[in-house]
Ligand binder design. Structure first.
Ligand SMILES: Nc1nc2c(ncn2[C@@H]2O[C@H](COP(=O)(O)OP(=O)(O)OP(=O)(O)O)[C@@H](O)[C@H]2O)c(=O)[nH]1
Ligand SMILES: [Mg+2]
Length: 201
């Protein structure tokens, strides 16, 4: 059975843990505090194929600290849910830093990433418009959703869209892609669905 790993990343308090817990356990935690990175596994079905998804709920990383755990998490992930909060300008402005970090560690600027604007239930506090979020995602060739981890809006769509992006990507192995040296030219061949190294569900 295929075992993709995805990491949920983004600034502090954007809803990374809420996203993960909603997806895994289907409930919303009003006040959740977590000081270490946690990973969860869930068997899911996508396009009639069963797979075991590992989802890593990351903690906020100080972008100025060269963090070993962050690097290892990024290295082993086959895809990323990159979250900002639609009520927090700073979290949106930091998206580019996260993308740069992924591009650097993966040695590729074409990697499965979905951009997600969370907290869309707080419409009256919105600061980032849908158009602004969408434009950022389009400019970086990433799928985009606005979601709410509180109402569970588009949580499953986010995961299934990311998994379909991962399926298109020519990983060396579906168990692990930590050997990044072979990914350096993936931007040139990522659309080659006949590549024998493709991640197949
Ligand atoms: N209204 C609303 N609140 C949310 C939503 N998602 C998260 N929150 C709240 O935002 C706060 C932060 O959520 P967390 O899931 O802990 O955020 P995080 O990104 O994991 O935070 P750190 O791990 O500290 O970086 C909590 O009080 C959540 O209840 C949402 O979609 N809507
Ligand atoms: Mg958290």
């Amino acid at each position: 059975m295929q075992k993709p790993t995805i990491a949920v990343i983004g600034s502090g308090a954007v809803g990374k843990s809420s996203f993960t817990i909603q997806f895994i356990r289907s409930f919303f935690v009003q006040d959740y505090y977590q000081s270490i990175e946690e990973s969860y596994r869930k068997q899911i079905e996508i396009d009639n194929e069963l797979l075991i998804l590992e989802i890593i709920d990351t903690v906020y990383y100080d972008p100025w600290i060269d963090d070993y755990i962050r690097k290892e998490t990024y290295k082993k992930s086959h895809g990323f849910v990159l979250i900002y909060s639609i009520i927090d300008r700073n979290s949106f402005d930091e998206l580019q830093n996260y993308l740069n970090e992924i591009y650097r560690i993966k040695n590729s600027d074409d990697f499965p990433i979905i951009i997600v604007g969370n907290k869309n239930d707080l419409e009256n506090q919105r600061i980032i418009s849908t158009e602004e979020g969408k434009e950022f995602a389009i400019n970086h060739f990433c799928p985009f959703f606005e979601i709410s981890t509180k109402t569970r809006d588009k949580i499953d769509d986010t995961i299934s869209t990311l998994l379909r992006e991962i399926r298109k990507y020519p990983f060396d192995s579906f168990q692990s892609n930590s050997n990044n040296s072979n990914n350096s030219n993936n931007s040139n061949n990522s659309n080659n669905s006949n590549n024998s190294n493709c991640f197949l569900f």
